[in-house]
Design a protein. Structure first.
Length: 397
């Protein structure tokens, strides 16, 4: 198995390079929006427009006086943004995503993708098309031996930091030695990850630590600036974005270390299939749930498990893991969120709420593996139920 990995580095462009990249970002956004308008109008006329048609449109746009500035930047990122639009429509028609939206100058991500014809990677230096000198990249980690990037993505975040991402094949990624360890993983707010082993991983609450600094020093200062494109408002906005970026960086670093450790130590990892998008509608808990980043944790865990030959089992979201006694199988009637410990009425066992839930998730996940049912809960298939939605057998005390 050969895995493709993206290696992301920070770089510091010269003034000329920054100006060239900023022009490229603007042209990429313009071409994407023009192609989206053309495809939308064609769809209203009941006509189908694909990538080849928009590519021909791009050639025609470059010949007009109004859009002649598109010739000043490399054509590779412009072609790539048309391919991205084609992918967006493919997902929309397959009902995997909503209709593509227009790119905004202020809100959309600033990025441009180059294929092999749009850059030169030689002797550890990366030179993009339309540039005379390589980028000043901070090589914080080495690329795999003999790696040759297939695509290069340049981006600038809201805080003004520049990044370059190199997509390479990494032969060093291979399945880890098999182990008989299995773990049930619950998620929470008091503790980020209660495990079936009894361990509770603390919730670092990155956003809460910087909340006062964010509100007083940055956001209040930004609110006092006159709205518009003034330099002072832009400076205040970048300060707010810098604090948010610091929070996101620390959160991402913590989740990467945590998921790597869990995947290395366990063969089977059982989690709960939560609908976080619905849970954040609770105005009392939305901020804390977003700070915990449960969806990001699951995404990292799943792709690392696929890399290293591990198995992730998602137990149905309606499985009563918190209310079910892991000792005798009795189901409690009510379990409010403020109840952190409870005693089973049938067997008298006192449970820690989170550890008990993790133990029940582990047992349900192993039952799915044993009986050969599907790993994924059945969300859209009518008439089917995942194994964990069947009645849980009760054991005699």
């Amino acid at each position: 198995m050969c895995v493709k990995r993206a290696f992301k580095y920070r770089f510091y462009p010269t003034d000329a390079q920054a100006a060239e990249l900023s022009r490229t970002f603007g042209c990429v956004r313009k071409v994407y929006n023009l192609a989206l308008v053309a495809r939308t109008e064609a769809w209203a006329r009941q006509e189908r427009v694909n990538y080849n048609a928009t590519s021909a449109m791009l050639t025609a746009w470059k010949r007009t006086e109004e859009l002649a500035f598109l010739n000043d930047v490399s054509s590779v990122p412009l072609q790539q943004t048309l391919r991205h639009l084609q992918t967006a429509f493919t997902h929309f028609f397959a009902k995997r995503a909503r209709y593509p939206r227009f790119k905004s100058r202020k809100k959309s991500r600033k990025s441009a993708e180059y294929t092999t014809s749009g850059f030169r990677f030689r002797d550890g230096g990366l030179t993009l098309a339309k540039m005379n000198e390589p980028l000043n990249i901070v090589w914080s980690r080495t690329l795999p031996p003999g790696a040759k990037p297939s695509t290069v993505t340049v981006s600038q975040d809201a805080a003004g930091r520049w990044y370059v991402s190199l997509l390479c094949e990494d032969p060093s990624v291979s399945p880890l030695p098999a182990t008989d360890q299995a773990v049930g993983i619950d998620v929470g707010l008091d503790h980020l990850l209660p495990l079936s082993t009894g361990e509770k991983i603390a919730n670092p609450r990155h956003e809460r630590k910087d909340r006062a600094r964010l509100a007083v020093e940055a956001q209040q200062n930004l609110s006092r600036k006159a709205k518009g494109d003034g330099a002072n408002r832009a400076k205040a906005r970048r300060k707010v974005a810098g604090i948010h970026a610091r929070i996101a960086d620390r959160r991402r670093d913590h989740l990467h270390k945590l998921t790597t450790r869990l995947v290395r130590e366990n063969q089977t990892l059982v989690i709960e299939d939560l609908t976080v998008r619905n849970m954040v509608k609770n105005r009392s808990l939305a901020r804390a749930i977003s700070d915990a980043a449960w969806s990001d944790f699951r995404g990292l865990l799943e792709y690392k498990a696929a890399w290293y030959g591990r198995e992730v089992i998602a137990v149905d979201r309606f499985f009563p893991s918190s209310k079910l006694c892991s000792h005798c199988g009795t189901l409690a009637k009510n379990m409010p969120l403020h109840v952190r410990t409870w005693t089973c009425d049938s067997c008298g066992t006192t449970h820690d709420r989170d550890t008990n839930a993790a133990n029940n998730l582990l047992a349900a996940g192993l039952a799915v593996t044993t009986c050969g049912a599907g790993v994924r809960p059945q969300r859209r298939t009518p008439g089917g139920q995942s194994v964990t939605k069947q009645e849980t057998p009760r054991r005699e005390p």
